[in-house]
Design a protein around this ligand. Sequence first.
Ligand code: 1GP
Length: 241
Amino acid sequence: MNSIYKKIQASALKGEKLLAVLIDPDKVVIEKVPRFISKINQSVATHIFVGGSTVDENDTEYLVEEIKKHTNVPVILFPGDVNQITGKADGLLFLSLISGRDPNFLIGKHVESVSKLLQTALEIIPTGYILIESGNKSAVERVTNTQPMSRIDVSQITKTAKAGELLGMKLIYLEAGSGAKSPISEDIIKSVKNKLSIPLIVGGGIKSKEQLERTYASGANLVVIGTALEEDETFFEKIKK
Ligand code: 1GP
């Protein structure tokens, strides 16, 4: 039990760099999954996240089943809604959108998901999810109708992350939004990391090896990349094992 989280925690303590490839059931073409997964298997990726903002019922389960046929990399749900929960995955980021003040995304959806979760053996990882403005309107902002935090208010972002930890969350995820113009800044990552005792996830808008390295150097333990790999598979070559 708790093996996914324990491994993330152990890697974070050792300073190992973790990388999750995000696959959005809405964007992926199912026939291309085996090839895409074989690229992941040969890359330095340590996790596969599956999730999107607007996904049809059953699409996630179908996709996860297909992914699991081709890899032993742990598959973790990163759900945009309750209908994306499937027991076929290994784990679930139980996201609470602590940058916003909408009770639905802080606790409402979680209550709604309990009956479903109790029927699965998913490892559930409570995660404080912090959306930060990044130059363009993100899908998270659109779907949740919550304001991202101002990227210049580093102090407020840091306090929000720490409050999440003090509430008992096991991970903090700093999110610039999928396809963000600019990724989360080094200042923000450093400041949050400095106050945090739990592992830190950073994602959104990371498109180059340099940006990836900078994100780790600033203190991210696990980096999430979706769009850059979806749009340009040669990026996999740059992050080969
Ligand atoms: C989005 O943080 C993830 O939720 C990944 O973003 O698609 O921009 O890599 P990208």
